[in-house]
Design a protein around this ligand. Sequence first.
Ligand code: HEC
Length: 121
Amino acid sequence: MHAHSFSASYALMICAAGLAVSLSGCRSLPPSKPASDWTPQEARGAQVYQAKCARCHYPTTTHGLNGAGLQALTKLKAMPSGAPPTDERLTNVILHGRGMMPATQVADEQLDDLLAYLHTL
Ligand code: HEC
């Protein structure tokens, strides 16, 4: 019943733990766009993310769940693999998977929404 607040405080906790290890951790990342400022497309993308990605990736930290947290993903020079976070590369990872990440089935429109959302992180 408290699942949501539990995962939120858990994410905060590991974020804080990361900070203790490396002060440059959470603080140096550019902030995510707040949900209140999302466009309708970004809000739809957030739903796609919840349905297809959230079980493996935290959106609000770079700390790992099954895969790396995706905060600031598109604002960084490189993704964990070293590849630049271009829409083309993200589309490829989403549609075809990578390593332990399974391919995700999404309609073209959902994919556009999802990419728009990933840019808010
Ligand atoms: C079942 C768990 C799982 C799901 C679901 C999942 N991922 Fe992943 N993801 C992973 C793992 C594990 C990796 C690390 C893969 C590797 O590099 O070996 C990864 C890697 C990534 C990367 C980094 C790619 C790189 O080049 O470093 C991105 C971006 C990503 N996932 C985005 C997404 C998005 C967006 C979704 C939803 C459409 C998603 N993932 C769904 C597990 C998952």
